[in-house]
Write a protein that binds this ligand. Structure first.
Ligand code: UGA
Length: 438
């Protein structure tokens, strides 16, 4: 049994900590937020993530997982300290590293034995070296340590499954012995392990997220072309995805990417390139194409409602940036709701789990407890998040409740022919409605 400390109980920290505990390690998870730690000690999770409360409870009961605000306690007898704190976007699109620096400093001040610091937060290339300098400077007396980069690739909503079944583990360090020790911790995950230098590991994380974001922006651009040429992007994606060189994942066209990762990471990678005098054209266009999706929704809906959405009542099906999370960071729903409000519409919202967060962010949106009561009297509905429960809605019942049966399916979850047969004025994204398609 190895003893591990995880600094930061946000998404990555709490999931990694609970999963490492489940793999049989002793894990002490630390956060400076006293309320978060007190809640965790009462079994209240800081985030909504399927399966997380059960995983945490099981490992706390088994004595393998505990929570603290004390670095002294967390580092006592610990061989591995994971840094999993937030790296939000700074004002210019650079990554804000103040939490990483604070964590490194506190670790340095409180460590009493040799330690391997493992960075899981997404940090600009070169941060690992910078963390090593901070630790060296902040140590009251020199104690051996190494820095390893171990970027995380889990997705919100499927985080536990992603952690336990990774496609690969990436480790970067200048100290190969330390990297090997960290590799050992990951052996039970049975994934290929790539060991490289610090900067390359840090870059692998940015390049991976930026590639996936680009793939999504690409299919969204194709969706627009499908629309005017009368093709159906959903079927185009299926046809493309069978090609092993392309693969079927991340080819869902619609509202594009949001959340806490892709927006900040694409921006940060472009920023790093520009700082060195490069012109990262693909990354910049990837962002432009992505954010255009949100404007398009309002344009389409205006067309569907005969040129004006003023004084119309519009219901948003889904508010979280993607299904199975309550995360509203950079969620398309926020921009769409604001644009609809600005155009004079009354906006309603319903989401299976993110309503509490959404209420604070979107005070002008009237929230409903279920999709049917929201639909009652609406002039139009927009599918913003592709929650499974929306796929199962009785569209017949919805039609009976609405003032006018208009659906803009911005996530392509419904069958256009079926929706139209039921009498809906239906549009999806990239499904040939302007051309000679269905
Ligand atoms: C993403 C990466 O997928 C993870 O590998 C990475 O670890 C994580 O960022 C991170 O850096 O922490 P996440 O943001 O949780 O994970 O969610 P994704 O499932 O990747 O979706 C990102 C966005 O892309 C969502 O807004 C989603 O709606 C959108 N998306 C995804 C599409 O529009 N189309 C698709 O085909 C797939």
């Amino acid at each position: 049994m190895k003893q591990i400390c995880v600094v930061g109980v946000g998404y990555v920290g709490i999931v990694s900590g609970a999963c490492f505990a489940d793999l049989g390690n002793r894990v002490i998870a630390l956060d400076i937020d006293e309320k978060r730690v007190a809640n965790l000690n009462k079994g209240i999770m800081p985030i909504y993530e399927p399966g997380l409360d059960e995983l945490v409870e099981r490992n706390v009961k088994a004595g393998r997982l505990s929570f603290t605000t004390s670095y002294k306690e967390a580092l006592d007898g610990t061989e591995f300290a994971f840094i999993a704190v937030g790296t939000p976007s700074g004002v210019e699109g650079d990554a804000d590293l103040q939490y990483v620096a604070a964590a490194a400093r506190s670790i340095a001040e409180n460590m009493t034995e040799p330690l391997i610091l493992i960075n899981k937060s997404t940090v600009p290339v070169g941060t690992g070296d910078w963390v090593a300098d901070i630790v060296k400077e902040a140590q009251p007396k020199p104690i051996d340590f190494s820095v390893v980069s171990c970027p995380e690739f889990l997705r919100e909503g499927s985080a536990i499954g992603d952690f336990m079944n990774p496609h690969r583990t990436v480790l970067g360090s200048q100290d190969m012995e330390a990297a090997e020790k960290v590799a050992h911790l990951h052996l039970p995950l049975r994934a290929p392990i790539v060991i490289t230098n610090l900067r390359t590991a840090e870059m692998i994380k940015y390049a991976s997220n930026a590639f996936l974001a680009t793939k999504i922006s690409f299919i969204n651009e194709v969706a627009d072309i499908c629309e005017v040429l009368g093709a159906d992007v959903k079927e185009v994606s299926v046809g493309m995805g069978y090609d092993k060189r392309i693969g079927p994942m991340f080819l869902d066209a619609g509202l594009g990417w949001g959340g806490s990762c892709f927006p900040k990471d694409v921006r940060a990678l472009a920023f790093m390139a520009e700082e060195k005098g490069l012109d990262p054209k693909i990354l910049n266009e990837t962002m432009i194409v992505n954010y255009r999706r949100r404007e398009l929704v309002v344009e389409h809906l205006t067309e569907m409602l005969d040129g004006s959405i003023k004084e119309k009542t519009i219901g948003l099906l889904g508010l979280a940036f993607k299904p199975n999370t309550d995360d509203m960071r950079d969620a398309p729903s926020t921009d769409i709701a604001k644009a609809l409000n600005a155009a004079g519409a009354t906006v309603r919202g319903y989401d299976p789990v993110s309503m509490d967060v959404a209420r604070g962010l979107l005070p002008a949106v009237k929230m409903f407890d279920d999709p049917y009561s929201m639909a009652e009297g609406c002039d139009a509905l927009i599918v913003v998040t592709e929650w499974n429960e929306f796929k199962q809605l009785s569209l017949k019942k919805v039609k009976g409740l609405m003032k006018t049966p208009v659906i803009f399916d911005a996530r392509n979850i419904y069958d256009p022919a079926e929706a139209r047969e039921l009498g809906f004025n239906y549009r999806g994204m990239g499904r040939g409605f302007n051309g000679n398609g269905s």
